[in-house]
Design a protein around this ligand. Structure first.
Ligand code: AVJ
Length: 329
């Protein structure tokens, strides 16, 4: 394990207290009308585990579709890069799909550094440990932070840079924010650098709603974990079973919306906030947006962000897209 330590660098904001940020977000979101909670707080240890279970579900086609594309394209993608490569991944999670790219680059003999970024420290630690074990030539610099903070913490890249933002993680940002974020990413891309962006496509509501309300109720549990996390970390007294999971696709704005619905009129105390929050029967907490894109919307997004699409690949059912982009100079 000592050798591993030399291959791993760890970056986080000193004095960054995720619990304090969570407390603040809960106070603000549950004090607002309508109520909301930011989706990044889904990912504590339990939430990351539940999300990995979601990725295994038949109904959640996104992960398999993207994996199919990566399996097909990894070798030719890696062949586009010569010399040392830094792979930066936003929202790396368990990095399961990334392994396909790491293998392809290493097979090409590239000197490879991997920079995973994730809000979940435990997921980051576990994935780094497994990658160092499985890929002896790999060096890792892990960044524990949310997206906007991470942009400022990224280490200088050695050689060419490939930024990965997979899994339709971009779907959590509203459309203007996605443009702003991509514009910031684009600024740090040199002419030899690229961005690989996984984006879920617009499709029939029934397919989408099944993906976000699965028959095994894993997504429901993932959604309710936000309340369970309040109980664990902030001394909340939620009876989690009194909140229903709801996922709805709004075609007009092209997004899945997730809610937790209070099934009764109830008051819930949160000790750490010394606060009681009241819910009406049927009152909702908006917990997530997951935007879907048409091809035109992806083109517009790239355009507005100062990026040019160099290649776009789809899975065989045309459900999901992987886009290779470069900065416009
Ligand atoms: C991790 C943001 C890509 O929006 O599909 C999965 C999160 N939420 N099921 C998504 C999620 C409910 C996921 N992302």
């Amino acid at each position: 394990m000592r050798a591993d330590a030399e291959r791993l660098e760890w970056i986080e904001i000193p004095g960054d207290h995720e619990v304090r940020a969570f407390a603040q977000a809960v106070r603000e979101g549950l004090g607002a009308s309508p109520k909301f909670l930011p989706c990044r707080f889904f990912y504590d240890e339990e939430g990351s585990r539940l999300f990995e279970a979601i990725c295994e579900l038949d109904e959640y086609y996104l992960t398999r579709a993207e994996r199919e594309i990566l399996e097909r394209e990894a070798a030719s993608l890696a062949a586009r890069f010569t010399g040392p490569v830094t792979l930066i991944e936003l929202g790396s999670g368990n990095a399961a799909k990334t392994r396909l790219l790491i293998e392809a680059f290493l097979r090409n003999g590239a000197e490879l550094r991997y920079v995973p970024v994730d809000v979940c420290r435990t997921a980051l630690q576990d994935s780094c440990r497994a990658l160092l074990r499985d890929f002896p030539p790999l060096k890792i610099c892990a960044v524990a932070a949310e997206y906007w903070h991470a942009l400022k913490l990224l280490p200088p890249a050695a050689g060419r840079k490939l930024v990965l933002w997979l899994g339709s993680n971009i779907g959590n940002l509203d459309r203007p924010e996605a443009v702003r974020f991509l514009r910031c990413l684009a600024q740090d891309l040199g002419s030899d650098d690229r961005l690989l962006l996984g984006i879920d496509l617009r499709k029939e509501a029934s397919t989408l709603e099944r993906a976000y309300d699965d028959s095994q109720r894993v997504t429901a549990q993932f959604n309710r974990n936000l309340l369970a996390r309040i109980n664990r970390e902030l001394g909340g007294h939620f009876d989690v079973s009194r909140f229903a999971h709801r996922a709805v696709y709004r075609e007009d704005v092209g997004r899945i919306e997730m809610y937790l619905v209070s099934e009764a009129r109830q008051t819930v105390r949160i000790d750490a906030l010394d606060w009681e929050v009241a819910f009406l029967e049927g009152e909702e907490i908006h917990t997530e947006n997951s935007y879907k894109y048409s091809f035109e919307e992806i083109d517009e997004l790239a355009d507005a962000a100062g990026l040019r699409i160099e290649a776009r690949w789809l899975d065989r059912h045309s459900r999901f897209s992987l886009n290779l982009l470069r900065a416009v100079r």
